[in-house]
Design a protein around this ligand. Structure first.
Ligand code: SF4
Length: 383
């Protein structure tokens, strides 16, 4: 298992406590996006096409800590944009760790060698390196040659310095499962602590709209990958995933899950994103406002056209974690039998009642631009 025992126990206890106190909606992972600016321009990214004045915005240390305190999630994933471009990132990390949280700092690793000595290894801190497969797959995904080699060198450096390192691997249509299996072998041999994998979400603003997976193809792809996983296991090799086994079982088409969009609430330079990490359909000023005023029933597979193909971990991992805590026997069965890769798949949620997509993206961009022009001094700490 790629998740350390202390984290599994702390998160499990937290979920149990929420359940026992009858709390219906609670966060598991805060998705903190302190900036949208990046030093890459990946074809599947839906975050970097904002106008320059918005890309120049940063969440301050105080904003970041307020978000952590307001929502109370036990885990914080720091994403972006590229977080290592934020000059106050070491202070943000140090102060979040001091609050007893677990941190995954997501990075493309291009700046890791230069900045690594600003950070100290900690049992609750993990570098989460973006690698979408082997050299060709990754360099194609990030639209730049040589990035894979630099990321692998950074992973080795981080491991040598005593850090925990995981991989964040997004898969797209046309992916060859045999190559993914080879990639998982490689990162295992390098000694990474776990891999987080997921199909890409079809961001409406991503430059490449042709390579997103639909639900059926996602399930077929993961079944094919897990078949290779079984072969490797028979040879005594085990891939380490940073995800709950039931989420992986869901990816293989064996679980019917609704998403838990409030499980990974997202705070970025616009505010608290409604309804989830993947869809930006409005923003709330506070976490409480997000939770109290979002019409959650309007979203999710079967409810909304933009959700139809979503199987992303930020939406469904929380569902799987809660299911694991409420029904531990499902986990035990999975541990004994492994992920089923043959036979019929679990029934999927029907889409015939879903409401059509709304395209509201430009509204909050216009609003933010007007705010920036009105108060240029509020632009924050740009590096
Ligand atoms: S299915 Fe859920 S997590 Fe996925 S985009 Fe829709 S609301 Fe967000």
């Amino acid at each position: 298992m790629g998740v350390p025992l202390n984290q599994a126990i702390k998160v499990g206890t937290y979920v149990l406590k929420q359940h026992l106190t009858g709390r219906k909606r609670y966060p598991l992972v805060l998705m903190l996006e302190p900036l949208f600016r990046c030093n890459l321009a990946c074809s599947g990214c839906g975050k970097i096409d904002y106008p320059a004045p918005i890309l120049n915005q940063r969440l301050s240390v105080a904003d970041a800590l307020e978000a952590v305190d307001e929502c109370g999630a036990p885990v914080v994933a720091i994403a972006g944009g590229e977080p290592l471009l934020h000059r106050e990132m070491p202070e943000i990390v140090e102060k979040i760790l001091a609050r007893g949280k677990f941190i995954y700092l997501c990075t493309n690793a291009l700046l890791l060698e230069k900045k690594i000595d600003q950070y100290t290894p900690h049992k609750n801190f993990c570098w989460d390196i973006h690698l979408d497969g082997d050299r060709d797959m990754h360099d194609r995904a990030v639209s730049q040659e040589g990035v894979y080699e630099r990321a692998v060198a950074a992973i080795k450096l981080a491991k040598a310095k005593g850090f925990r390192v995981s991989i964040n691997c997004t898969l797209f249509d046309g992916t060859d499962p045999a190559r993914v299996a080879g990639f998982l072998d490689t990162v295992n041999e390098i000694g990474v602590d776990g891999v987080m994998t997921s199909p890409g979400y079809a961001y409406e603003r991503a430059p490449d709209q042709e390579h997103f997976l639909n639900r059926q193809r996602t399930k077929e792809l993961f079944r094919a990958i897990f078949r290779y996983g079984k072969e490797r296991k028979a040879q005594g090799k085990t891939w380490k995933f940073n995800q709950s086994p039931l989420f992986l079982d869901f990816l293989a088409g064996n679980q019917t899950y609704k998403c838990t969009p409030w499980g990974n609430p997202t705070r970025n330079v616009f505010g608290w994103q409604r309804p989830c990490y993947l869809l930006g359909e409005g923003y709330a000023k506070t976490y409480k406002e997000l939770m109290d005023t979002t019409d959650w029933d309007k979203y999710g597979v079967g409810n909304y056209e933009k959700c139809a193909d979503c199987m992303v971990h930020s939406g469904f991992e929380a569902t799987a974690v809660v299911d694991s805590v409420k029904r531990p026997w499902k986990l035990a069965k999975l541990a004994i039998q492994g992920i089923r890769t043959e036979g019929p798949m679990a029934k999927d949620i029907p889409l015939d009642g879903q409401r059509p997509a709304e395209y509201v993206f430009s509204r909050h961009v216009e609003q933010k631009m007007a705010e920036i022009h009105a108060k240029p001094q509020a632009a924050g700490a740009a590096e």
